[in-house]
Design a protein around this ligand. Structure first.
Ligand code: C2E
Ligand code: MG
Ligand code: MG
Ligand code: MG
Length: 275
């Protein structure tokens, strides 16, 4: 009997996997059409100084399709990365964000940096740097108005090669952010190895500050360490005035989070945040 049960469980497990595979294939198929149907869009989340001066906008992908509205965008991006979709959609994301950076800074004295998230899979493509440079030429954006956000996972494979790529981009003026700092395999040595402009302290640390002296200590340590290495600090996921007050006291440079603004569609950003 136990054996039967075990067998059933196995069949059940297999069916679950099948279901998941089918779903992923369906998503992949729908994603293939998403670009043509104009369903992919970037929202932008403002980044401010502690006194609410606008300094940057982070581009975040959104998929306007009722079927997938509830699927977290990271899951969608993971599916794109397992196929060749990341190439075309990745280029679309970078191009849209860079043209926006060009447009909004045209008649602006205080420049606003527009950043895009770049995954390890994207950096590892042999033509990654060439693609970025090509998009800069095509959009005619000043490279110092754009940034890329990477996580430490880009260093898990081909460290040397990826660092050279990042350095090449930093040398032409692109800002480099280390995203989700403090999670994953975080190591202080990355702060020295990767040519960075700033680090983004992960929101889990910011949320931890409320109830934990230890988390407050860690955040302060991150900020002081970054500053000692001449890096700026962005605090992610800032949702309350209490967090803001603490971060200001700890001398965080930039604030991003629902307290100041959620990610918003381009036209809303233009009509409100940029006014
Ligand atoms: P991330 O780069 O760390 O982006 C920050 C995420 O935190 C965003 O989620 C943002 O909406 C959310 N967030 C910001 N402030 C707050 C806050 O105060 N409270 C809460 N609860 N959440 C906040 P989103 O847009 O769902 O993106 C999730 C992740 O997906 C991103 O994390 C990034 O790793 C990835 N991602 C998003 N767009 C792209 C893209 O265009 N390309 C790539 N490669 N990855 C992307
Ligand atoms: Mg990011
Ligand atoms: Mg992050
Ligand atoms: Mg993240």
């Amino acid at each position: 009997k136990a054996k039967d049960q075990g067998k059933n469980q196995y069949v059940f497990y297999n069916r679950d996997l099948d279901k998941k595979r089918c779903l992923n294939e369906e998503i992949e198929q729908d994603l293939r059409n998403a670009l043509d149907k104009d369903e992919l869009e970037l929202h932008y989340q403002p980044q401010y100084t502690c006194s609410k001066e606008l300094v940057g906008l982070e581009a975040l992908l959104r998929w306007n399709n009722d079927k997938y509205r509830k699927v977290p965008i990271v899951d969608i991006i993971n599916i794109m990365e397992k196929s060749t979709l990341i190439d075309e959609i990745g280029k679309f994301i970078i191009k849209s964000a860079f043209s926006f950076a060009k447009k909004i800074n045209e008649n602006r004295e205080k420049k606003v940096i527009v950043s895009v998230n770049i995954s390890a899979v994207q950096i590892m493509k042999h033509n990654f740097v060439r693609t970025i440079k090509k998009i800069i030429t095509e959009t005619e954006v000043n490279p110092s108005y754009v940034g890329i956000e990477i996580t430490e996972t880009v260093l898990l494979q081909n460290i040397g090669e990826n660092i050279l790529k990042i350095k090449e981009l930093k040398d032409i003026g692109i800002k480099i952010s280390l995203d989700d700092f403090g999670t994953g395999y975080s190591s202080f040595s990355y702060l020295v190895k990767i040519p960075l402009s700033n680090i983004k302290i992960d929101k889990s640390f910011i949320w931890g500050m409320k109830d934990s002296e230890e988390y407050r200590t860690l955040v302060k340590l991150c900020i002081d360490t970054a500053h000692a290495l001449n890096l700026k600090v962005v605090a992610e996921g800032v949702e309350t005035v209490e967090d803001l007050v603490l971060l200001k006291y700890m001398k965080a440079d930039f604030i991003q989070g629902y307290l100041f603004s959620k990610p918003l569609p381009k036209h809303i950003i233009e009509a409100t945040v940029l006014q």
